[in-house]
Design a protein around this ligand. Sequence first.
Ligand code: PMP
Length: 322
Amino acid sequence: MDWNREQGWQQARICSYQPFEMDPAATVLHYGQAIFEGLKAYRGDNGQIYLFRPLDNLERMNRGAVRMSMPRFPVDLILQGLKALVYLDRDWIPEANGASLYLRPTMIGVDPFLGLKPADNYIFYLIMSPVGSYYAGGFSPTKIFVCRDYVRAVKGGVGEVKTAGNYAASLLAYEMANKAGYTQVLWLDACERRYVEEVGTSNIFFMLDDTLVTPPLGGSILGGITRDSVIKLARSWDIKVEERPVTIDEVLAASQDGTLKESFATGTAAVISPVGELFCDDTGYPINRGEAGPLAERLFEELQAIQYGRSEDPFKWTMRVG
Ligand code: PMP
């Protein structure tokens, strides 16, 4: 679908996956006007196809469009197109538990213009790809590297937007963490490098004594849809949940004195990813003896059961396709 300043959104169309032409001066290539989303379609045991909270993804993307000086899009129309495409390609959705069809709606500015200003022309497109189970080898914990050298986002910047540049800014730290044997980076706040923000492409939770704690959304963290689902599910199970600033020192001290019971990251890709170790300032801090914790397992099982239509859906998160 295309947008231009005179005509607005137009030419919604379905075509097969193929490269498209873009001017070398396109705004997205120089000034980074690119926003995207990640969501999944699941095939339930009964063959029914489900999307998980698609409106929340599209509304988050539209908020991002405003921050990036890009045009908002009609959510209903995009959702209709998205469902039509998923239905068309339903045979590609794997049956295996944990597998799904990953959907990547994307919007970019394409003006062939070198001056700095918001583009006058945009395209919105959707990429779809079948993905296997994240936990083919079992529900295993990750080891996370705490990054003190670089920051991912600053307050007032675009950290709460799913925009390309945030990921470019994080690649160097990933490479360093990967070389040191860690799978993810834990980001700290830009000002003091003390407050925990988020992990790679996930939000982070700590079970401190009997309270589930996660950093508040203060403008530099992406408001994860899985994060929101976990908060709502945990509260419905009468687990105390606090969205509050949490320092890395508090977390590391709690890992040493045993009050940190478990930790996990949340995101569309893995749903729940247990954390077995934090590595900070040359020291490793094991969590729950390096094992997945019971709450992480319970949340993972319940969220997957809802996503595959096996369990009741009290929050009305799933949307049927077809
Ligand atoms: N933070 C970042 C930076 C991410 O890219 C993602 C993945 N979209 C998340 C958090 C988790 O968000 P969600 O639960 O909506 O996938």
